[in-house]
Ligand binder design. Structure first.
Ligand code: GTP
Length: 329
């Protein structure tokens, strides 16, 4: 117990001094599924919580190949040149299936990963989307406590993970390719609706005219949607991540977003809502785990399922019987 505590104290001190090794070790601790590690992680999070929150949290999404890592490298290097400290986290749904992460690995952002003012962490490699999102949120708090003032949370454009990311950030950026029309059809409307800014990447060379057209089409498409904030109309920008063009303009938009929505208290309110819904998500996840772990439930589950399958028991009745077993256990 004492040993555990002194470890936590030294981790917290390391984080407060922006020590990257302490930060990396702390994230490994919160990613652990061991019960004693979880308790240590909770103690650590409680300690660092007052130092968290001083950042702009930005979600970045886009289909594979749109240039996310090129963009994050270029954007991150620009931010560092402006005196910021940048943490890159990821939520990678594919890593849950394959056990390997395609996002946030260091080789994808070679230049950025060598910077003292950057911290890159791949997606937690296992667990449900809810579990992975939780650990990314916690990593975000730890990065903030370590003095990173811009947090980028990256995800692949496949749907559910975008929603998870949008629920933990202040602003959501959608990266798109310079091909309107067909692609526009392919993008789920729900994802477009999450975007506070659309960035058409690869606006360079032969792709420039297509990027202009695409930007116009996306602008028109956004115009048809009802903005989620009374103080912010989602906007479209073009850039070439490869040639570092348009990057400053994107940061200008982000700063404008932050200034406006901070003044209107929307960012603060959003963070409060996110925290409360995170708490409920945590309760749901933990209850389900506790439920499935109970031996009484495990031994009754098969029978109940087969009763439901064969139509002998209504699903709701089976659920209630199991819940009763759980609360009596
Ligand atoms: N012309 C041009 N090519 C770019 C630009 N940005 C990225 N690319 C190229 O697009 C390809 C994909 O870029 P990545 O940054 O790996 O894309 P990603 O979205 O991270 O892809 P995944 O790692 O598969 O998710 C690479 O060949 C890049 O060189 C750009 O601004 N202009």
């Amino acid at each position: 117990m004492i040993k555990g505590n002194s470890k936590i104290v030294s981790l917290a001190e390391g984080i407060a001094k922006s020590d990257r090794r302490s930060l990396a070790r702390a994230i490994t601790l919160i990613e652990s599924t061991r019960l004693d590690h979880r308790e240590d992680a909770d103690t650590l999070l409680e300690k660092i919580l007052p130092q968290s929150g001083n950042s702009i949290r930005i979600g970045i999404s886009g289909v594979p190949g749109v240039g996310k890592s090129t963009f994050i490298e270029s954007f991150g290097m620009y931010l560092i040149s402006q005196g910021h400290r940048v943490a890159v986290l990821a939520i990678d749904p594919s890593s849950q299936r394959t056990g390997g992460s395609i996002l946030g690995d260091k080789t994808r952002m070679e230049l950025l990963s060598r910077q003292e003012a950057a911290f890159i962490r791949p997606s937690p490699a296992s667990g449900t989307l809810g579990g992975v999102a939780r650990r990314t949120r916690e990593a975000m708090l730890l990065c903030e406590a370590a003095g990173f003032d811009v947090i980028l949370v990256e995800t692949v454009g496949v749907g559910q993970s975008e929603t998870a990311v949008s629920e933990m950030v202040d602003m959501f950026l959608l990266l798109l390719l310079p091909s309107g029309g067909d692609e526009l059809q392919g993008i789920k409307k729900g994802i477009m609706e999450l975007a506070d800014m659309i960035v058409v990447n690869k606006a360079d060379g032969d792709l420039k005219p297509a990027a202009n057209r695409a930007a116009g089409e996306y602008h028109a498409a956004l115009g048809l949607m009802r903005p989620s904030s009374p103080n912010w109309k989602p906007t479209v920008r073009k850039c070439s991540a490869l040639h570092d063009e348009g990057i400053q303009e994107i940061w200008d938009v982000i700063k404008e977003f932050r200034t406006k929505l901070w003044a209107s208290h929307e960012i603060q309110d959003k963070r409060v809502r996110q925290s409360v819904s995170w708490m409920w998500g945590e309760i749901r996840e933990s209850l389900l785990v506790a439920f499935c772990d109970k031996p009484e439930i495990q031994s009754a589950l098969n029978e109940m399922e087969s009763e439901v399958t064969q139509g002998r028991l209504a699903p709701a009745t089976a659920a209630r019987k199991l819940l009763k077993l759980f609360s009596n256990a």
